[in-house]
Each structure stands twice: as structure tokens, then as C-alpha cells.
Design a protein. Sequence first.
Lengths: 178, 355, 248
Amino acid sequence: MTKSILIAGTGGQGIQFAGKQLAGTGLAFDKYVSYIPSYGPEARGGTSNCRVIISDEEIGSPVFNKPDILMVFNLESFEKYEPMLRAGGILFSDSSLVNKISWRDDLNGTYYIPASGLASDNGLTGMANVIMLAKMLAVTKIFGRDEFLDHMLESIPKSRAAMIDLNRRAFNIGYSYK
Amino acid sequence: MGKVLMKGNEAVAEAGIRCGCRHYFGYPITPQNEISAYMAKNMPKVGGLCLQAESEIAAINMVLGAAASGVRAMTSSSSPGISLKSEGLSYIAGCDLPCLVVNVQRGGPGLGGIQAAQSDYYQATKAMGHGDLRLLVYSPSTIQEIVTLTSKSFDTSEKYRVPAMILTDGVIGQMMEAVDFDEMVISTPADKSWASCGHGDQRKKNIINSLYIEPEKLEAVVVARFKRYAEIEKNEVMFEEYMTDDAELIIVSYGITARICKSAVNLARKQNVKVGLFRPISLWPYPSDALLNLAKKDITKHFLVSELNMGQMVDDVKVSTHCLKPVSFYGRTGGMLPAPEEILAEIKKILGGKA
Amino acid sequence: MGQIVFDRPKALSDVQLTYCPGCTHGIVHRLIAQVIDELEIEGRTVGIAPVGCSVFAYNFFDCDMIQAPHGRAPAVATGVKRAHPNNVLFTYQGDGDLAAIGTAETVHVGARGENITTIFINNAIYGMTGGQMAPTTLYKQVTMTTPYGREKNIQGSPIKVCEMLATLDGTAYAERVAVDCVKNVNATKKAIKKAFQIQMAGKGYSIVEVLSACPTEWGKSPVEALEWIRTDMMPFYPLGIYKDVTEG
């Protein structure tokens, strides 16, 4: 199994957090993992993206242009990366922020989750990333529900203990979203 | 500690600290800023120093001073900043001082770009400053290897009194993957009775110097230094071979590009195309003998060099292999990375009908 | 029985200096060595030699020495001092080294308040390379590269180093002296000693600017050269203490 995941959106949406959580969980379960963020001026002025690979085999390049899984959090990222999804890939889009849908007929699934809306409606502003991650895991089963959730909650520093419950709530909303 | 996720930039900093380096001098430049940040945060915890200099020039000369006084010293930068350090590196080489310089390469020339490149290969291996000089140059392919090569760099640099460079790139610097520091061999600093740190009225004075105004003297010093270089070429070559035993085509590639080429080899093998990978780990000393041995094998038909530049290593492969077999090149530059499929296509093009 | 009334300072090596007749580098070398002897610090002193006429300074002092790239002596000294805080560091630099190619290193060693001492030889000319304009070359002064005299609107203005460095918080001591006569030579020794003492007290960066003679490149006799320090240099570069954190 090798899965390449591209997560893209705007700075402040927790794009890098989401990517590191995926890589960290992979490491905890003895997978080969790589994570690489956008950096420098590319990471300034709003856009933020990262690429994660989770694999049973040694990883070649951590950089890829045809992801198996794409998670987008703004329109610009949708327009830039949706055409790059591998045939048979899966799209996850925050439909609160992206008012477009994919017309590609070679994808293995397209999911439009109003993650930002769900977050703010539930007092979880800023946690659309976790809602989206949860939905992606519910669909792709890259990690088991508890495998991921336990690892993510453990990674939250004690100084921010209040975040544990918020993350759990956000995760549950995303995981059960139909 | 076990396996942790770490960026290449953070790993080289942590490895430096674990090697007993307590003096790091830097200057901001993308994509290596995490090294300085890590050092600034962690050096004080071990009583060490991370000092932001006024320029790369000042930083390398602070390294010169610290190294001349006998401590393990380190600096890091990226391509344009390394050019500024070249003067200091020449003096460091001329003064026979050990130190570690990390180059997290980006595209060039000029300000170039900020994405990964390997276009400082010539600079690092052929002309890292004026004069007859060499640098130990190591090219890691993984974050784990960055850690082992940091230790190797300090050891070898001190053993031969030759400066060392870890020549890496923006992808290795920025990417995170698993690293296990328990696997690291922590080195012991060498004797440094030559250092200038005050004679304490216990010995004659030490002079750290690269100036020899009489040509006979300078020639003798340089020739003696080249005898050490010859020892290094004999003892310190590092490389990896992957599926070269029955390979008709051998890719020669290092650093981040070698990872991509390894994926291409795996793709090719699934299609029964006999391809192998030869990965120089030490770019100087260059693994010439091992390459020549491969070139002499009947089964070897072709070499393909792949790197993130316009073919800077091609001549080294041609010279090493005595041009016994044809040498082709496929690379990307300016911050672009080839996909394994691109390299596979090039392999098939070269092998023609046979593939 | 004769009594020794004058001798080579212990910290000065027993070798022949390589300077021209009438050059004042030798005087300043001797003063530094005397100060090192008087403070009994030779064993923990590290000197940094520059590029220029005094490049061979590493041969002339008996303490540990390091030869630095052109202009980089303050950075090299910083590296040593940060690794060995108990060492006493001095850089010996000329005007081209300190105020042209090494200006950034000079300003920032002061800005950081490094506990090192700089002995700055200002003779308003490049000696080693054959008499070119220095950053401290005076207006109207003729050099190899200002054959019609230095003009403000062409070559710009001379840099007053002590005045400039005195503006930095990290500079603890900045004094301009001269070695044109016995009285000033004695004052120079006093300034060098004070600069070392301020360093040893950990108060910050100290610099002693010494107005010096270069008869060879000025095209003057040794005596005329000393006179020129008084008539031409001192009016533009007034002697005095520009910063002293130990005063009031």
C-alpha cells in the first residue's frame, strides 16, 4: 500500500497540522512516511500546502504531482490541484469555501463536506481541518478510526489540554458526516 | 528516543549537537532556516552557542576562529550564501582546520529560486574557493543518512584536518521522515594540540595561518596537504549499489535524485528491464574505482547520470569509467524534480528495442 | 656591572620586523607586547593578524596567533572568544582592512559588544598593495588611485571610525591616539592598556585608533611623515576619547 495525499488551502487553516498528523500516525504504526510542506515565499501570501506519503515500502521522492487523495480548503487550490488528481483518485473539498464541483469521470469518489460551516455551527471554528481529515479517513480507511484519533489526541501538548475535547468533537462530526 | 519525525534541517542540527558541536554560526536564507531556529532553541540547553552573524562571510569566519581555537564548529546556508562563504572556506582549507558546512541547495545561478537543486555540485567538488584545495563532500539521501553523515563529517574532518560539507537540498532539508538517533555513532573529538587558544605558558605559541610568501614553502605545504588528500581518496570513499549485479544500464545519482532513481529502478524491474543504481555518498572523495569496476563488466552497456542540474557530474562518471561505456544524462534544474516515470522513459529510450 | 634599562618585551618575538624604515607599525607592536607583559596575559592571549602590511604580525608576537582573511579579523576573533571566554583577544587591523572590506564585521563586532580589543592602524593609505586610496584617505590627498587628490564628489568622504563606533551601545571604549612623538607614544600605550583592561572586565568592545605614518607610500622622509600626522591628519581626525563606559 502506498498513498500520496496532497492537502492545500490557506495559511491558518491547519493544513500543515493535518499533514503532520497523518505522517505521525503512519510512523507510530511502522509505516514508511514522508511529509513536505510548501516553503519560502510560496508559503507566504496565503497559500499553504503539504504532501504526505504513507507506504509499506521505502519512499522515493516525497514530492509528487499526481496525488491519490486530494484535500482542498479554498477555490484556488481546487482549481490548481483537482486536474492533477491521479485517475482513480479521491477528492475531498470544503464546500463551505469551494463553490465548484469536479466534472471528472475518472475519479474514485468526490466528497463535498461543508467543513468550515460545520465547524463554526458547532463552536469549533478553525477545526475544519480535523473534520475533513476524519471524513477522509472514514472513506479511505488508511488508518483505523481509533488508531488515528488516539495518536492525534496524544500529540496535543498538556498546555493545550482544552483542545483535546474540541479535536475529538470535530473528529466525530467529520467521521460520521454523510 | 526511538524513531521520530523530523525535518532534514532539524535533524542535521540535532546531530551536530549530539556530535558535541557547541558553536554554530549562521545567517538567514531559505530553505535552511530551520537549522538556525533549531540551534537557537537547543544550543543554550546544552551550554552551547548559536550566533546569528551579520553575513555569511562573517559566519564562516567565526567558524574559522572557533575551529582555530580547537572546538567543533558548524555553519549552514543555501547556495547564494555558500558562494559568500567560499573565501572563508579557502582560508579554512589553507589553515588545515576541521569544520562542518551544510549547504541546503536551491536553484541558481544568481538569486535563482528557493526550490531544491543540486547545481552546486561543481562548486562543492571542484572549486569551493580559490587555490589548490579539497573539501570532504557528503550527499545524504535520507534524513537518517543526514544524521550518520554529520557524525562522519566531524570525524573525518578532524582526522585529516580538512573541512567537510554536507551537500543536501531543499527537499531533504524541508521534508520530514523517520529518524532514529539511537543509531548514530557519536564521535570523539580528535587531539587538537595545534589550536590557538592561549599557550598558557606551557608550550611554544601556535600559529594558524595560510600565508607562505616563499613559493618553495607554499608548494611544500600544498604537496603535503595533497598527500593527506590521497589518503582520504584511499580510505574514505562511500557509495551504495542497488541492483547493479545484472544491470545493463546503471543510473548514477546522489542525494534526493537517487531516491527518485531508486523508484525508477523498481518500476523498471517490474517490467523486467535490467537497471541498477550507483549512488555516490561521498562526492569527494569520488567513488571512481567502484564505477570503473562496473564499467568493466560485460553486462554493463550504458550509464545514465541523473541530478538536479544540467549534468555537472557527467564528466566525473566519464573520467571514472575511462569512457568504456557510453554515459547519458537526464536531469531537471531550476527547482524542478523528475518523476520516476520520466527517468524510466529515458531508460527505455536508451535501451531501445531491448527494453 | 651594567644594568639593563631597555629590553625587548617578552611578548614580542625575537625576529626581525618586515616594515619599511620610518614605519610606525613597529612602535605599536612593541606597545602591545609591553601591555601584554605588564598585564601578564601572554598565556591566554590570542592575536588576530589582518591582511595588509601587518599580515606577518603572527610572526611578531609570542602569544598564539591566527591569520584572518582580509577584513574578517573581528569575526575570527568572535569565534575564538565565544569558544574561549577567558582568552584575551586582540585584532590588529589597518584602515583598508577595518574600514573598507571589513566594515560590516567592524560595525557588528561593536554592535554585539564582543569582549575583544581592536588596534586600528590609520595611516590613510594602502601600504602593502602600493599606495592606493584608503577609506581614511584625506580630502585632496594624492594616492596611486587618487592622482588628482581625493575629491568628495568623486571618491566620497573619509570615515571617522572612532566617532562612528562610539555611537554603538556595545562599544565600551574608543580612543584615537597617535605615535608621532614620545608624549603621544606614551599616551598610546596607556590607551592600549586601558582597552585590554576593559575587555578583561567584560565591559564590551574596545578600539584604539592609532594615527600612524607610512613614509614610503606618502613619499616623505620619516621625520616629514611624523610632521604630516600633526599638520594634516590630526585636524581631520582629532585625538581623544570618544567613548569610555568606565567614565561617569
